[in-house]
Design a protein around this ligand. Structure first.
Ligand SMILES: Cc1ncc(COP(=O)(O)O)c(C=O)c1O
Length: 412
């Protein structure tokens, strides 16, 4: 078994022994996160910048681990902006998202946000009014919703069709004309985030190629000198087939040629990745309370549920899991178990939607064993409806970042 996974499992076992009741927990492997993020950032070619989209997981230990490795943080609300600035005075921040309030725009200008990603002409106009009293210039990217000819769709589309996100490309001339009369707003470039859950490295390279081509065409057509193109986030995690993840090596290896041929020399390419950075560092563990058979199906009921871990329901998949056997069985009666069959893993909520894995094959799982869901570090706890039914929140801990000597010893 991979060493990081072994450490995570050992910590879950220790917590289960200490718990004194069925365990329900989140564990985050900060050392695993550090290694992964360092690899991603380190394999981007010169001219690229990696921002972390904190909406995926904004826990402070996560941000502290990432801050030295990434170029900055992408925030999507006044709350995220305040959280970042409260804890990181100097980290570069970019601010995206629809429906920004005047108060949020004002805070962004006041707190020195590097770049605001503007979603409409109305937002541009409100921003200009807000910037005036500050007597400074605010850098912006126009977020454009592009309709592309051969767009390969994923399961989560934010653009390429009618959506509330970004400025439809047809409205760009009007925005550019308005910007010419408002020097307090500086156009730094364009922002694109058409989709999430991208699992195909070649398709993503093609998408970025289309972004760059379009940006070049606008630069020529409207005589624009831009500094950067933000290509959004959207690199996915393969929850359905965990052994077939996004091919980062092919993707990062293809970027230099893409940038070279773009004709946009000196223009930086910014990424704002969320899921791909933090998903793999998180684990959600539930101890099994009951195993039931109902009309030909086997249900394994764990402590916790989708009110803690909404990812499978939100994305409509059956989440992969590991079973950690727990030998202790405190009762005199036989221990319920399921072996070599298909099971559905459910939680404690009174709704059939509380389904974390469905019809998944399992060798053996017994009452009191632990079921551990990997890839629970992004859009997991943070998108869940924690207080439904007033169950207690799961316990949570972070496996710390290790010092370099320790990590080198392990790798040797
Ligand atoms: C504008 C924008 N940027 C970045 C992200 C992060 O996307 P992902 O977590 O898929 O990388 C999102 C997610 O919704 C987004 O809306």
């Amino acid at each position: 078994m991979e060493l990081r996974l072994a450490k995570v499992f050992a910590s879950i076992r220790a917590a289960q022994i200490a718990a004194g009741e069925p365990l329900c927990a989140y564990v985050y492997d900060l050392e695993g996160l550090r290694r992964h993020a360092a690899h991603v950032a380190g394999s981007l070619p010169a001219g690229c910048e990696l921002f972390y989209a904190i909406k995926a997981n904004s826990d402070l230990p996560i941000l502290q681990t990432l801050a030295p490795l990434v170029h900055g943080f992408e925030v999507s609300s006044g709350g995220e902006l305040a959280w970042v600035r409260e804890n990181f005075a100097d980290v570069p921040v970019i601010f995206s998202g629809p429906g920004k309030l005047d108060s949020e725009l004002d805070a962004a200008v006041g707190l020195g946000v590097d770049c605001l990603h503007v979603e409409s002409l109305n937002e541009l106009q409100r921003l200009a009014a807000i910037v005036k009293p500050w007597s400074k210039t605010q850098g912006v990217l126009l977020r454009i919703n592009l309709a592309l000819d051969k767009l390969v769709e994923t399961s989560l589309m934010m653009g390429g069709k009618p959506t509330p996100f970004g400025i439809p490309a047809q409205q760009l001339p009007e925005c550019l004309a308005w910007l010419r009369d408002h020097p307090e707003i500086r156009l730094c470039g364009f922002h694109f985030h058409l989709l999430s859950h991208q699992l195909d490295a070649q398709a993503h390279l093609q998408l970025l190629d289309a972004y760059l081509n379009q940006a070049l065409q606008w630069c020529e057509q409207y005589r624009l000198a831009i500094e950067q193109i933000n290509v959004g986030g959207g690199i996915g995690v393969n929850y359905r087939q965990p052994d077939r993840q996004f091919d980062w090596k092919t993707f990062s290896g293809g970027l230099p040629a893409l940038m070279e041929k773009s004709g946009l020399s000196g223009v930086r390419m910014r990424f704002e990745l969320g899921r791909y950075i933090t998903a793999a560092c998180g684990y959600y563990a539930m101890q099994i309370i009951d195993i039931k058979r109902s009309y030909g199906k086997t249900f394994v009921v764990g402590r916790g549920g989708s009110h803690h871990f909404r990812t499978p329901y939100a994305q409509g998949h059956s989440h992969p899991f590991h079973v950690l056997p727990v030998d202790a069985w405190p009762y005199a009666f036989p221990r319920p178990e399921a072996s070599n069959e298909r099971i559905s893993v459910v939680g404690q909520l009174c709704t059939p939607k509380d389904l974390l894995a469905s019809d998944a094959p399992v060798e053996s799982v017994r009452c009191n064993d632990l079921v551990v869901f990997p890839y629970a570090g992004a859009y997991a706890w943070h998108i869940s409806h924690h207080d439904f039914l007033r169950h207690p929140h799961p316990i949570q801990w972070y496996l710390p970042v290790e010092d370099d000597a320790h990590a080198a010893n392990e790798q040797a």
